[in-house]
Ligand binder design. Structure first.
Ligand SMILES: [Zn+2]
Length: 92
């Protein structure tokens, strides 16, 4: 078993450009952008508290087995836009 990273005391407000990649005990994996968590629970919440509150959208249980903080560097919005913006016009 891998130990959880010791970042549980970090306030989400200090890492607004990260996302938390969470893995449930059922195997479901999902990246959660930090701003989404702040919007839901306020900016005083810490990483550890958010992990404790997160409920798996697949099995509905709170049993996060692992999590990782991933730095987005502001490219989150750009990536979202890029995915939709790369469609080429149909050939005439
Ligand atoms: Zn699950």
């Amino acid at each position: 078993m891998k130990p959880l990273p010791k970042q549980g005391g970090t306030r989400l407000a200090t890492i607004p450009k990260h996302q938390i990649f969470v893995e449930c005990a059922c195997g479901h994996k999902c990246p959660v952008p930090v701003p989404v968590l702040i919007e839901r629970w306020g900016d005083l919440i810490t990483v550890g508290e958010a992990i404790g509150k997160l409920r798996c959208s697949h099995c509905g249980l709170k049993q996060i087995s692992e999590y990782r903080l991933i730095y987005q560097g502001g490219s989150w919005a750009a990536m979202q836009g890029a995915e939709q913006g790369q469609r080429k016009p149909p050939p005439e």
